[in-house]
Ligand binder design. Structure first.
Ligand SMILES: Nc1ncnc2c1ncn2[C@@H]1O[C@H](COP(=O)(O)OP(=O)(O)OP(=O)(O)O)[C@@H](O)[C@H]1O
Length: 676
């Protein structure tokens, strides 16, 4: 077996499983080895029913004392059973698992594991995992990986598949030599990969995660430096001055720029007119007005006869920028062109032509912008939005397309300056630390589920005022058979019934096409939709100043930084806005953590508190930030590894570069596809 082989070469993986794995982006052995668990869980000793702590994940060892009843419900099915021990009875329910009817036997003992709720006078577990007693003994107290799954694939299938590759994993080489590993206390690369998939002890797992995070950071730092070197040695061939026309454009805006926005504009303009090409990061809290700063840079560029591009992480955002920039630029005869993956072949061809013939001055798009077919004419500026969603190489590729254009990165992730310097080397940074005038601070509340009817009444009242609402619907547990889509559909139906019939509720989820999402969002912008229910991720950067309420269900399952991003979707105009965080758990620790959000609306403060409050248990938890740049590494949780990677780069970078390059090249080759 080799890394580049198809997964079907692994014993037990047939075409059907391979097809399902492909949906997760796993086609080769290498893809599989590098498909890391999303989180880890341990199993605990069962408790007596009378000692159950509600709202916690617990195990009970009980005897089934009823048949499994299966009820059909609007396209779903619910299986219910009862079980008891000598201290009490517990109710068990599962969605869409009708087969369980024939699985359990009355009178047999099973172990059920899951979160327990106290409902209608009885402890209830929804969607519990189930084990026979001997099976449970095997996994008790071991760390179990939980992989991101899709229909037809369970965590267990993935783990079994990885098991088949263990002999190969043992032979993987390590670009970090032993002496450096010892100095920085790094686990060997192949051991780390083994423990990531098959953790035995907590210490090994911890060390393995650290090593993988280290590698991700190291690669990032290497790339950042090569990008930076590549840029700085190049002379600025597209000097763009801060002309009267640019000043006129700024003055014509319907609002005055904040001092911080103006400072960022000055930094950018000074860079673009200097001897070297620009490589600047603009960091600003949610809603601080980064888009207009980018727009001014693009305007300056276009009025000097150059092309500029702005690349967004999603189609929805690309469309939003396209509309906004078209409105701003068309009066000046600056033509804006859109290029996204979901456009028809004909539309794309037209866009390519407009770009090549320089009829397009500013180009807005997604990944489609970096495809080989796109020929720019005099490209001088590349703006990437939410840089965390982009790999460095993608930006590098885009940069290379236009010779050496200026690079401007916009980010709302509040990275402390010290971390930013480690991550980006000497990339220049402008910070927008001021919100536009007239913004009213968001009012926050952290409540438990019993408050939901009141929250719904509040939503009704806000809609009556002509305002709009976002609802992030409850998260589906990894183990639940119900998927995100079914969940969001069902949740919005229920919400719609609870609200007034005149209130229009629509929903968004990740499986919709770009077109469908755009249609819903356009309806939302045009106020045809009052309440927008979404799965966990409301697209970063959505801007609808008329939305005044953000209600987040299961807020306890998000990191504070992610909740802050969600909150940033409201309070973007001059209307009083509200954020309602509904926690599925009432315990003190959870409430205290969530109350950090109620205390402050400042992203930097929240990121700091988030870091402070993470206990050691969080180390293995689901990643906190929404970024996908690192699969395992989290710049907050693994800040020590980020520092170690930076030190190793400084001290030993040149010594290990050849081996490092070889390992990256081998991996790229084995992926069997280009990195983009
Ligand atoms: N100086 C200003 N005065 C008033 N309104 C402004 C100002 N600058 C920007 N805005 C408006 O504020 C809103 C938010 O701006 P923008 O979308 O650029 O935020 P952002 O920094 O990109 O935030 P996020 O990271 O949340 O996407 C927009 O409606 C924009 O028109």
């Amino acid at each position: 077996m080799e890394l580049k082989d198809k997964v079907t070469c692994i014993k037990g993986i047939g075409e059907k499983t391979a097809g399902n794995l492909a949906k997760l982006g796993i086609s080769t052995v290498s893809d599989l080895i590098h498909y890391y668990p999303r989180t880890y869980i341990t199993y605990m000793d069962p408790v007596d029913i009378q000692d159950i702590q509600a709202d916690e994940r617990q195990a009970v060892s009980v005897t089934l004392n009823s048949r499994v009843e299966v009820k059909k419900l609007r396209g779903f099915s619910i299986a219910t059973a009862y079980a008891k021990d000598y201290t009490g009875t517990i109710k068990l329910t599962w969605f869409n698992c009708p087969f369980l009817r024939n699985y359990f036997h009355i009178g047999d003992r099973y172990i059920f594991v899951g979160e327990v709720k106290y409902k209608n006078g009885m402890y209830t577990m929804s969607q519990p995992e189930y084990y026979t007693v001997p099976k449970y003994q095997e996994i008790l107290k071991e760390w179990q990986p939980v992989y991101g799954c899709t229909a037809g694939i369970t965590s267990k299938t993935i783990q079994k598949a990885v098991k088949g590759t263990l002999p190969l994993i043992q032979t993987l080489s390590d670009y970090i030599p032993e002496d450096i590993r010892d100095e920085y206390d790094l686990m060997r690369a192949n051991e780390a990969v083994t423990h990531i998939h098959f953790p035995d002890t907590e210490n090994h797992l911890r060390a393995a995660i650290k090593r993988v995070a280290f590698d991700e950071f190291y690669e990032f730092i290497e790339n950042m430096h090569s990008l930076k070197e590549h840029d700085t040695v190049k002379y600025n061939q597209a000097k763009i001055p801060f002309t009267e026309q640019v000043t006129g454009f700024i003055e014509s805006l319907p609002y005055r720029l904040t001092g911080a926005q103006m400072d960022a504009v000055r930094d950018i303009m000074a860079d673009m007119n200097s001897e070297h090409v620009m490589n600047r990061l603009v960091q600003g809290d949610v809603g601080s007005g980064k888009t207009i700063v980018a727009a001014i840079a693009l305007f300056a560029c276009a009025t000097q006869g150059y092309q500029g591009v702005i690349m967004a992480p999603t189609e929805v955002l690309a469309n939003q920028h396209f509309k906004e920039l078209t409105g701003l630029f068309e009066p000046y005869g600056i033509h804006v062109t859109l290029l996204t993956g979901s456009m028809t072949a004909k539309e794309k061809r037209e866009a390519y032509q407009e770009i090549a013939e320089h009829r397009a001055d500013v180009i807005v798009g997604t990944h489609a912008l970096i495809q080989d077919k796109v020929e720019y004419d005099n490209l001088a500026l590349v703006v990437t939005d939410e840089q965390h969603r982009f790999g460095v190489r993608q930006r590098e590729k885009l940069s290379l397309k236009g010779g050496t254009p200026h690079v401007l990165v916009m980010s709302a992730t509040p990275i402390p300056r010290t971390l930013a310097i480690i991550m980006y080397g000497d990339l220049d940074i402008s910070v927008i630390n001021e919100l536009p005038a007239g913004r009213i601070p968001i009012k926050n509340c952290v409540v438990d589920e019993s408050y939901r009817p009141k929250a719904q009444a509040f939503i009704r009242a806000e809609v009556k005022k002509g305002h709009q609402v976002y609802v992030v619907c409850p998260m589906v547990e990894e183990s639940e058979a119900l998927d995100d889509v079914a969940n969001v559909v069902e949740y919005s139906e229920e919400l719609s019934q609870k609200l007034d019939s005149s209130i229009h509720v629509a929903y968004l989820h990740g499986k919709m096409t770009g077109d469908e999402k755009n249609r819903i969002l356009t309806d939302f912008y045009e106020k045809k939709v009052d309440v927008l229910v979404s799965t966990t991720v409301i697209e970063v950067g959505i801007n609808n100043p008329n939305a005044t309420v953000m209600m987040v269900e299961n807020a306890e399952r998000f990191g504070l930084a992610a909740l802050h991003q969600l909150r940033g979707r409201v309070g973007r105009g001059n209307l009083q806005s509200y954020c309602i965080f509904i926690s599925g758990k009432k315990n003190k620790e959870v409430m205290e953590r969530l109350n950090v959000l109620a205390d402050s609306n400042d992203g930097f403060y929240i990121a700091g508190e988030d870091l402070k409050r993470r206990g050691p248990g969080d180390f293995f938890g689901i990643r906190q930030s929404g970024d996908v740049l690192f699969k395992m590494g989290d710049i907050y949780k693994h800040a020590d590894m980020l520092k170690a990677a930076s030190d190793v780069y400084e001290k030993y970078g040149s010594r290990i570069r050849t081996e490092f390059d070889r390992s990256v090249a081998a991996r790229n080759e084995m992926y069997g596809k280009p990195i983009l």
